[in-house]
Design a binder for this molecule. Structure first.
Ligand code: ATP
Ligand code: MG
Length: 226
């Protein structure tokens, strides 16, 4: 059984009276522990696909399974809980809370999950150390570089020990060198802990560094390569 399986998935968006087809006939299986990139031109459906894989959205047609369970038929609150337990999310624009320091940002999902402040702080500091930011734990986002902010975001995504991290163009706001360093860091965490990473990118240089590539074209999978 695959970790994640999309079968016959279409995604339409309503646009006024019209409907826009963002994804058509997507069949995709992702095994636990994969390090996978989705790529393709602007508008090809990368974000739409990541939102489905990360349980942030549901398909218009077709099914999305996690561990063999159809998630597209779960009630919203059950879906939200499943997502909170299993999925970490890294955003293109980092999405850190500006008034909180790095440690407090990483603590957030842990406190939402019910950990005490003390336990959350201990775990957050450990995660920050893993991404090389032990010395920056007390800095606010505006006191950090772009690459450091994205590392805080990765520490936050990993804080509650998810099995899957989705990252929509996590390096788009970074220079190439920093972007490569961020992908290498994600790969290291993938190899060490077996966390599944699915990210999207426009950058062909980052694609050299992944284990598997899925190329989208006009909402369809055009090619899959190992
Ligand atoms: N909320 C929405 N409402 C209407 N149409 C949408 C919506 N979100 C995406 N689309 C359309 O769906 C298609 C796929 O969009 P998507 O954002 O998935 O592409 P993308 O590959 O992530 O593009 P980019 O590289 O620019 O981020 C596009 O035609 C887009 O205009
Ligand atoms: Mg996108």
């Amino acid at each position: 059984m695959s970790f994640i399986k999309l079968a016959g998935v279409d995604k339409d968006y309503a646009l006024g009276e019209a409907r826009v087809r963002a994804l058509s006939g997507i069949d995709l299986e992702i095994e636990a522990g994969e390090f996978l990139a989705v790529w393709g031109p602007s508008g090809s459906g990368k974000s739409s696909l990541l939102n489905l894989v990360g349980l942030l959205d549901t398909p218009t047609r077709g099914s999305v399974q996690l561990d063999g369970v159809r998630t597209d038929q779960l009630a919203d609150d059950v879906l939200a809980r499943t997502r909170a337990r299993h999925v970490g999310i890294v955003f293109q624009s980092f999405n850190l809370v500006p008034v909180l320091d790095a440690c407090e940002n990483v603590m957030l999902p842990l406190q939402i999950a019910g950990h005490s402040a003390r336990a959350a702080r201990r775990q957050a500091l450990a995660r920050l150390a893993e991404v090389g930011l032990a010395a920056q734990a007390a800095r606010r986002p505006d006191q950090l570089s772009g690459g450091q902010r994205q590392r805080v975001a990765i520490a936050r995504a990993l804080a509650a020990a998810p099995r899957l991290v989705i990252a929509d163009e996590p390096t788009a706001n970074l220079d190439t060198e920093t972007g490569v360093a961020i992908v290498d860091l994600m790969h290291e965490l993938n190899r060490r802990d077996g966390v599944t990473f699915v990210f999207s990118t426009h950058d062909p240089r980052l694609l050299e560094r992944v284990d598997r590539r899925v190329r989208l074209q006009d909402g369809r999978i055009a090619a899959q390569a190992d």
